[in-house]
Design a protein around this ligand. Structure first.
Ligand SMILES: [Mg+2]
Length: 187
């Protein structure tokens, strides 16, 4: 399988948390990060939620109030993203093609500001797309556990299977990082 050919380094996130709500955004600001590109499905809401929950909107607003811009970057089809963001003043892109770098570049263009890569944080629930894509781009990245597994699409399930193998490989080859990041808590 493909995991055998891939080096582990590009699949190790900078942080790992159970949920988006466990991320310390104040600390990210203090470290110099100014823009967040976050995944949508299973990171902010489940696949079954088509409009933002009040909880997630309040959270995004609080991040913005710290001084960090927030954009959605999703591999899902654009109408899903448009529908989700309708009536909010947040922007995002669909069809991001993670782990390719092009989506990150497109998402950053949504901002009026010009950010350097050192100011960018990518957040998502998948190792093979969110973490790998961010590491290829050179951006700080945070992995979270998926909110709900059952409704995942077939290609996501396939990525998960590869991810399990990759996590085993990280455990074998990078045990220090594996332990420090608490990757045994990955679900
Ligand atoms: Mg996702």
């Amino acid at each position: 399988m493909i995991h055998k050919l891939l080096k582990t380094k590009k699949f190790i996130p900078n942080e790992f948390h159970d949920t988006f709500f466990d991320i310390d955004f104040n600390k990210l600001y203090q470290k110099g990060y100014r823009v967040i590109l976050t995944d949508l499905d299973n990171t902010l809401v489940t696949y079954e939620e088509y409009i933002p929950t009040e909880k997630i909107m309040n959270k995004l607003d609080s991040i913005r109030n710290i001084g960090i811009e927030v954009f959605i970057m999703s591999n899902n089809h654009p109408p899903r993203i448009d529908k989700f963001l309708e009536g909010t003043d947040y922007l995002g892109i669909g069809d991001a093609k993670k782990p390719l770098k092009s989506g990150i570049k497109r998402a950053l263009k949504l901002s009026k500001n010009q950010y350097s890569v050192n100011e960018v944080v990518v957040i998502g629930d998948q190792l093979m797309t969110d973490v790998y894509g961010a590491n290829r781009f050179g951006a700080y990245n945070i992995l979270v556990n998926p909110l709900k597994r059952k409704t995942e699409k077939w290609y996501t399930r396939l990525n998960r299977k590869i991810e399990v193998k990759m996590l085993e490989k990280i455990k074998r080859k990078n045990i220090k990082e594996y332990n420090e990041l608490n990757l045994s808590k990955r679900v």
